[in-house]
Design a protein around this ligand. Structure first.
Ligand code: CMC
Length: 430
């Protein structure tokens, strides 16, 4: 903690309090407000936690004004251009980039845990064929706790790391199994001779009757998207994982809670919502009408894939994905009218005063769906793709939290209900 303080005065009582300033290695200074209730008798009110830091973390740094994102200090542009998803996973989990030997040990460990207990496939088979894959994912990942709970010693760092690696390894297997159940295809087991993303594509699309060749382009692009989605500091799903984790709950249950939080259209569900929105807009000629709707306060419609709580500048992930989007469509020879529509929407929105004043820029989800679509990933699986990647961030944040003395997360409220009143027996109620 620094030696800086901020003095606050309660004008009604004249009482003062010096609040210590907490400074990280980068980013805005924050006020440690713990003494506020006991000294001045106030709690703080911050719905949506826009002004509240809930933890310290060494994983990911965002400067929303400058459009900067770094994992463990490394700029996202460098990781996207030179690293791989598994290497990024190692970095987020362990804090440093791996040596060759460390990386090969880590890759082996992840590959070794790709299979799921056969009973889990029976569990998946119990879902109705048209269940949303995110609903299945939340249920199935939560159920992993039932397979490993008794043998897991939460105090043992090796057990915690094993749980983290198991989740990273099994997530693509579960995701593909959910998709295959929906499609009525037989279970595909992981082919461990393939890389992380190639194996996932194989489990998604291979059929027993025909030979399936993984497209190197598709595997490469998915790897890139997974790097971009791997972590994003204390977003809603990560905060959910940490909140559930603060109770000492089983890590699989924590990640299942994170998956549920991610599903919402304001968060990871936006990539699916973007495609739904583009389909609804349908034609470039309809774009101005939808921009008008997005600006109309009496209309709940929002431009999906636009805006961000932290970025008040172009989302650096969106810049990378936008370029990848062009490259992929070009390399695959795909002429997707959705891309033209998206470009027109982006162009008009970026010139519009409403979006300029509110600093609403395209976010990561604006383009990811268009790439996934070109690669043949069905729309209902878009948020699942996000979940596979973000599992790395969730478990890395959970590992970080588990190493430190953690108090249970327990926000306060401003009560606005009735004040004390007496119970009235039913026959006397008017
Ligand atoms: N379209 C139209 N207006 C918007 C939009 C939008 N997409 N986003 C924000 N606004 C307006 C909002 O109405 C508000 O206006 P006013 O100040 O007049 O009331 C102002 O901009 C600030 O918005 P907010 O809702 O207070 O901002 P927030 O930080 O609470 O919400 C957000 C951030 C991402 C939930 C929101 O921008 C949004 O709903 N965007 C669309 C959904 C989306 O793309 N989500 C993916 C986020 S990136 C992936 C991830 O990391 O999860």
């Amino acid at each position: 903690m620094s030696e800086k303080y901020v003095l606050i005065t309660d004008e009604s009582t004249g009482k003062d309090l010096r609040l210590p300033v907490v400074e990280g290695t980068e980013g805005e200074p924050t006020l440690a407000i713990k003494a506020l209730p006991s000294t001045l008798g106030y709690f703080t009110y911050d719905p949506g936690f826009s002004a509240t830091a809930a933890c310290t973390s060494r994983l990911t740094f965002i400067d929303g004004g400058k459009g900067i994102l770094r994992y463990r200090g490394y700029p996202i542009e460098q990781l996207a251009g030179q690293s791989s998803f598994l290497e990024v996973a190692y970095l987020l989990l362990n804090g440093e980039l791996p040596s060759e030997e460390e990386f090969s040990g880590f890759s082996e460990q992840i590959t070794h845990h790709t299979m799921v207990h056969e009973q889990l496939n029976h569990f998946i088979a119990g879902f109705h064929y048209d269940a949303h894959p995110m609903a299945m994912m939340a249920g199935v990942v939560g159920s992993l706790a039932a397979f490993y709970h008794d043998r897991m010693d939460m105090e043992n760092p090796e057990h915690r790391m094993l749980a983290a690696q198991r989740m990273i390894a099994k997530m693509p297997t579960i995701a593909a199994a959910c998709y295959r159940h929906h499609m009525g295809r037989p279970t595909a087991y992981p082919r461990n001779s393939l890389g992380f993303c190639g194996r996932f594509l194989d489990m998604m699309f291979s059929v027993p009757a025909e030979k399936y060749e993984v497209s190197p382009l598709a595997a490469r692009v998915i790897d890139l998207l997974f790097i971009l989605h791997a972590d994003h500091e204390q977003n809603a799903s990560t905060s959910t994982v940490r909140l559930v984790g603060s109770t000492g709950a089983n890590p699989y249950a924590c990640v299942a809670a994170g998956i549920s939080a991610l599903w919402g259209p304001a968060h990871g569900g936006a990539n699916e919502a973007v495609l739904d929105m583009l389909s609804e807009i349908g034609d470039i000629s309809n774009v101005p009408a939808y921009i008008k709707r997005a600006k109309d306060k009496s209309d709940p419609f929002r431009l999906m894939g636009f805006g961000h709580r932290v970025y008040k500048n172009y989302d650096p992930r969106a810049t990378i994905i936008r370029k990848a989007c062009y490259d992929v469509l070009d390399e695959m020879g795909v002429d997707d009218p959705m891309m033209d529509l998206a470009m027109e929407l982006e162009r008009i929105a970026l010139e519009d005063d409403y979006f300029i004043e509110k600093k609403l820029y395209p976010n990561v989800d604006f383009y990811s769906g268009i790439i996934y679509r070109a690669l043949g990933i069905p729309v209902s699986m878009f948020t699942v793709m996000f979940a596979i990647a973000r599992t790395v961030g969730w478990v890395a944040q959970w590992l970080e939290q588990s190493k430190e003395p953690t108090r249970i997360g327990r926000p306060r409220q401003v009560y606005s209900g009735p004040t004390a009143r007496d119970y009235v027996p039913m026959e006397k109620r008017s």
